[in-house]
Write a protein that binds this ligand. Structure first.
Ligand SMILES: NC(=O)c1ccc[n+]([C@@H]2O[C@H](COP(=O)([O-])OP(=O)(O)OC[C@H]3O[C@@H](n4cnc5c(N)ncnc54)[C@H](OP(=O)(O)O)[C@@H]3O)[C@@H](O)[C@H]2O)c1
Length: 233
């Protein structure tokens, strides 16, 4: 059955790849990004797959933006069945040199953004007995050099989603966190190319989410680690 799915940060990378897969499989998809023009560009491309695509500009750091996004999406599609809190960024450097600005950018986008998106959408998810999925990272369980800010934000996302899963289960809302290893995207200034062939591809995360949406309502994969099967070339 066709579902309505909101993906934060769907203008490129993982979010865009998830949108492609869900549209190809007959779902209705809304994506967001910070700039209206970037959202419109992505929507124009995605509409070549299906007309069931809707774009909203929203900065997940601002709760009012997410409230507004949910209002527009329900106005357009009538409901929200699943929300994928994907928007995020990584800035890497030794903790003694990490700026307040970079720390705040990661915590406010990666972690507080997930809370804003849930808080804005949970009323709709209660109505549909829907699904809330966060895109965390293996950096949410493995810490590494130069990762203090990013690790802190993603460990936070994993803890947040797991606790939310327990709170939301009583409403028949599922909550899961996906913890990917390297994915071929624009993350941290990367430009996807042949050199990224060994990595997880955005469509792989899309297919995983499709499987999760199709799972029997009685089961809940609450925390999913996913990594490239080959080592870096
Ligand atoms: N790539 C990897 O190896 C990898 C591995 C594990 C986890 N992840 C996680 O996957 C998620 C997606 O990253 P990606 O790899 O797809 O990177 P990406 O290609 O750089 O895409 C990031 C997306 O997030 C959006 N975004 C950033 N800040 C935002 C904000 N404040 N409000 C709304 N949207 C915002 C961007 O949209 P605009 O620029 O248009 O605003 C863009 O659509 C992130 O949470 C990242 O931490 C990535």
């Amino acid at each position: 059955m066709s579902k309505v799915i909101y993906i934060t940060g769907g203008t490129k990378g993982i979010g865009y790849g998830i949108a492609e897969v869900l549209l190809k499989n007959g779902h209705k998809v809304a994506i967001s990004g910070r700039k209206q023009e970037d959202v419109e560009k992505a929507v124009a491309e995605l509409s070549k797959i299906s007309g069931d695509i809707f774009g909203v500009s929203s900065d997940v750091r601002k709760f009012e933006d997410e409230q507004n996004a949910i209002q527009k999406i329900t106005g357009n599609f009538g409901k929200v069945d699943a929300v994928i809190a994907n928007a995020g960024l990584g800035i890497f450097g030794s903790v003694d040199e990490l700026s307040l600005e970079d720390w705040n950018a990661m915590i406010e986008t990666n972690l507080t953004g997930c809370f804003h998106t849930l808080k804005a959408s949970v009323g709709e998810l209660k109505k549909t007995e829907g699904y809330y999925i966060t895109i965390a990272s293996l950096a949410g369980t493995n810490f590494f050099e130069n990762g203090a800010g990013y690790n802190a934000s993603k460990f936070g996302v994993v803890g947040f989603t797991q606790a939310a899963m327990i709170d939301l289960r009583k409403y028949n809302i599922k909550a899961s966190t996906i913890m990917p290893g390297s994915v071929a995207t624009y993350f941290n200034g990367n430009i996807p190319s042949d050199k990224d062939d060994w990595k997880i591809q955005p469509e792989d995360i899309g297919n995983l989410i499709l499987d999760m949406l199709n799972m029997n309502p009685r089961i809940l994969p609450s925390k999913i680690e996913i990594r490239p099967s080959q080592v870096r070339k």
